[in-house]
Design a protein around this ligand. Structure first.
Ligand code: SAH
Length: 316
């Protein structure tokens, strides 16, 4: 698939055609099963200053938290009991969390629950990724966010796309099932950039790819920017399914912000085959405010969305 093929699918193919093709391909390669990942947002401390994200370091209005290893373990047990197939440990980029502190937690989760461990804790030296891999982590989520180097640099002060890609290369090289992804409707994004996002995900050969619409957050420099289009996000998901038939494609939380059940169901109909309910404790949920009005996807809504999409799961 080349640039023009993707551009045609994305911008000129009638929606019904696109969805039908994506859905057929999803069924052929993955069947009707929906994979469920238990998301634990275990800390919101972050040194980055991504211009779209409410966790950005410069946001002094956000109360910060870090869950204790004990709490993380007990939530891991809850996730295992739910029937989800992996725990996703996600946090802001927190260098005060030493790699050597996360490693024993990973091995304890593996021993006590048997869950696959997925990490999503940002950019780190290769040695950290290697240590966590040895401790038993097998999957890693690190979105490239945007494939355009200039837009990337403008949105991520002090960071570069090249460095992000170095991390993704390291993760793939170390044998992680690696997931990338990007944001649809970022201020400054052009249709050409969106095509390049899909091409990049394909070139990286990622095992997972998460896309969600941009949603403004009141305590960020992009508070006034218009949100990304949900309809376009669904088109992007469908094209991703055609470009990456074997990949796991989540219906992201951002897609579900307007209506949790309908948003997730639509994502499942646009080629998606993964949902990510949150197991973050209620008292911290509001503080993992990457964007405003963030939906809290609970297990019950996940089950309902799967049923309404006519699909199957192995949740209890
Ligand atoms: N620190 C980790 C996790 C980041 S938060 C990392 O760097 O990978 C998870 C995702 O939220 C980000 O990858 C980004 O794509 C998304 N996100 C952040 N702010 C957003 C916003 N305003 N609108 C939509 N998505 C956003």
């Amino acid at each position: 698939m080349r640039y023009n093929d993707i551009a045609t699918l994305l911008f000129h193919t009638p929606l019904e055609d696109l969805l039908r093709r994506a859905d057929a391909l999803r069924r052929r390669h993955h069947g009707d099963h929906v994979y469920v990942r238990g998301l634990l947002e275990f800390g919101n401390v972050c040194i980055c200053n991504c211009r779209y994200c409410g966790l950005r370091h410069a946001n002094t209005r956000l109360p910060r938290y870090r869950l204790s290893p004990r709490d993380i373990l007990s939530i891991a047990e809850t996730i295992a009991a739910s029937g989800a197939d992996t725990i996703v440990l996600q946090s802001g980029e927190d260098p005060s969390l030493p790699a050597t502190a996360l490693a024993p937690l990973i091995s304890t989760i593996r021993e006590r629950t048997g869950l696959a461990v997925t990490l999503s804790v940002g950019e780190r030296p290769r040695a950290d990724y290697a240590l966590w891999k040895d401790a038993g982590a097998t999957r890693y989520l690190l979105k490239h966010e945007t494939a355009d180097p200039d837009l990337y640099a403008r949105l991520h002060p002090g960071r570069t796309l090249a460095e992000r890609l170095r991390c993704l290369d390291d993760l793939i090289d170390l044998g992680y099932a690696t997931g990338s992804g990007f944001i649809v409707g970022l201020p400054g994004q052009t249709p050409e950039i969106l095509v390049k996002d899909i091409l990049l995900a394909r070139a990286l050969g990622v095992k997972m790819c998460g896309v969600g619409p941009f949603i403004p957050q009141a305590d960020t420099p992009l508070r006034e920017a218009p949100p990304g289009s949900v309809a376009l996000t669904l088109r992007v998901m469908a094209v991703l399914r055609l470009a990456l038939p074997h990949a796991y494609l989540p219906a992201t939380t951002a897609l579900a912000t307007l209506d949790p059940v309908a948003g997730q169901r639509d994502g499942l109909r646009a080629g998606g085959n993964v949902l990510m309910p949150s197991f973050t404790p209620d008292k911290y949920r509001g503080n993992y405010r990457i964007y405003d009005n963030k939906a809290c996807i609970r297990l019950e809504e996940v089950k309902e969305a799967i049923t309404r999409a006519g699909r199957t799961h192995s949740l209890r």
